[in-house]
Design a protein around this ligand. Structure first.
Ligand code: BG6
Length: 457
């Protein structure tokens, strides 16, 4: 393969999210979010990785790594403790400091405006079922743009909206109609965030933060192929069509009608969606999905998995016999990443940024006080090889974030599942001192960045 496939402006990056990393609950004027009220909440989230008290050290480590961009989320309830109204100045000051340090270190800030942490006060008023939440989101966006709009290079309004919806379907949290109504309100909030950024003529680009996967049919049986197409539509293309083109795809409208789940539209909604189309596409991608035709006949939903879900009458997830799995049973599929990138680019022809991808492992410091994460390095090597091929085939890929820059509290497995290039010395029970220790993958990624992706050894 030729050298120098990654353009000099390629953004080698890494991600974190506020509630999984920052800590300092419930002080500093921060309001509660839905994460603080979750059933079976992991108490490790109280301090999480104590980023709030390690901010200088953390940015210095990112600078030393040579990172070109850093993706983090802003906690809505740290800025607006009740979701709207009175601003928490301490919260604003925290993010002003973080963004200032990043810019001074030549690291482009990528801001996700909501990563799974809707303010609790809004949730109590109905959350995304309530159209007033859209208004609150507009207010929050305006504050972020006003304070940070001249420094932030990339904005992402809502993290993994498609997974938020899928999770609700899988856990049967409400009727399908209610779930897709909430989803519609998130689309509107997203579109307003885009329109406002454009109206304010800020330099930053804005894109979704979806979670996309390649969907394979289990066999060449046309019914399995149909199942795969249906899943790809409901999981991937529905979201991208609305956020990139401002329209509900006709086939999805048919599905929603069959499910009695078509959301109610107010007269201006279509115009809002049309006016709020994104500039670029950003998405996370950890694995792929393989499906067969559903054995059931009704349209009820079924058991859910984080990255896959079943819909009776349409599709059901099966294991892919050609793929290996991580120790947490996630299928490893670097070629799947290439395929989804090609599909997305072919359909929308916009620059693409991969904003989350890497390997989650159970890790402990060895006797030399090190983490020799060779499996993560191998995982990323294979991944980046595929990115090269995709660039060679003409896809405009502008950046890649590993998930995550630092270890943080995993959504499903707490501190037992670590993703970081930088180890954080704590476990679920004991926060210890949250000491930072650079893993072997840190030195490896540093050299990948320095060689612009030419040296993956
Ligand atoms: C992503 C989420 O989809 O998956 C992250 O945006 C999450 O918040 C990541 O941590 C990995 O999932 P998990 O369950 O292994 O933490």
């Amino acid at each position: 393969m030729p050298n120098n496939l990654f353009p000099p402006e390629f953004l080698w990056a890494a991600s974190t999210s506020a509630y999984q990393f920052e800590g300092s609950f419930p002080s500093d004027g921060k309001g509660l979010s839905i994460q603080d009220k979750k059933k079976n909440r992991n108490p490790a989230l109280d301090i999480a990785c104590d980023h709030i008290h390690h901010i200088e050290e953390d940015v210095a480590l990112l600078k030393e790594l040579g990172l070109k961009a850093y993706r983090f989320s802003i906690s809505w309830s740290r800025i607006l403790p009740l979701g709207r109204g009175k601003i928490n100045e301490q919260g604003l000051a925290f993010y002003a400091k973080l963004i200032g340090l990043l810019v001074k270190s030549d690291i482009a800030p990528i801001v996700t405006m909501m990563h799974d942490d809707l303010p609790w006060a809004l949730e109590q008023e109905g959350g995304w079922s309530n159209r007033q939440t859209i208004e609150a989101f507009k207010e929050y966006c305006a504050i972020l743009y006003e304070h940070f709009g001249d420094q932030v290079q990339f904005w992402q309004p809502i993290c993994e909206q498609n997974l938020l919806t899928i999770e609700k379907i899988a856990t049967k949290e409400g009727s399908l109609k209610e779930i897709f109504q909430q989803n519609h309100h998130m689309f509107l909030a997203h579109a307003h965030a885009v329109s406002l950024l454009h109206k304010m003529k800020l330099k930053g680009k804005i894109g979704p933060a979806l979670n996309l996967v390649s969907v394979y049919p289990a066999t060449s049986n046309p019914l399995d192929v149909l199942a795969a197409q249906n899943m790809a539509l409901i999981r991937n293309w529905f979201y991208l069509d609305v956020l990139m083109k401002g329209e509900y795809p006709a086939l999805m409208v048919e599905h929603l009608k069959t499910m009695h789940a078509m959301p109610d539209f107010e007269p201006n909604d279509l115009a809002v969606l049309k006016a709020g189309c994104c500039d670029m596409i950003s998405f996370s991608n950890y694995t792929s999905a393989t499906v067969m035709a559903s054995q059931g006949s009704s349209f009820q939903d079924d058991t859910g998995l984080k990255y896959g879900f079943n819909m009776q009458g349409l599709f059901q997830i099966v294991k892919n016999p050609h793929l290996g799995q991580t120790e947490f049973d996630w299928e490893v599929d670097p070629i799947g990443t290439r395929l989804i990138l090609m599909d997305v680019f072919q359909r929308y022809q916009k620059p693409i940024f991969i904003i989350e991808r890497s390997l989650g492992e159970n890790e402990v410091l060895d006797e030399e006080d090190e983490i020799k994460d060779d499996r993560r390095i191998r995982y990323l090597q294979l991944q980046i090889e595929e990115l090269k091929k995709v660039i060679l085939s003409g896809v405009k890929l502008i950046g890649f974030c590993t998930w995550s820059a630092f270890d943080l509290v995993s959504t499903g497995n707490g501190m037992k599942k670590r993703y970081g290039l930088i180890y954080v010395d704590r476990d679920d029970e004991n926060p210890k001192d949250c000491r930072r220790v650079c893993k072997k993958s840190y030195a490896w990624y540093k050299q990948v960045i320095a060689s612009q992706g030419n040296n993956l050894k």
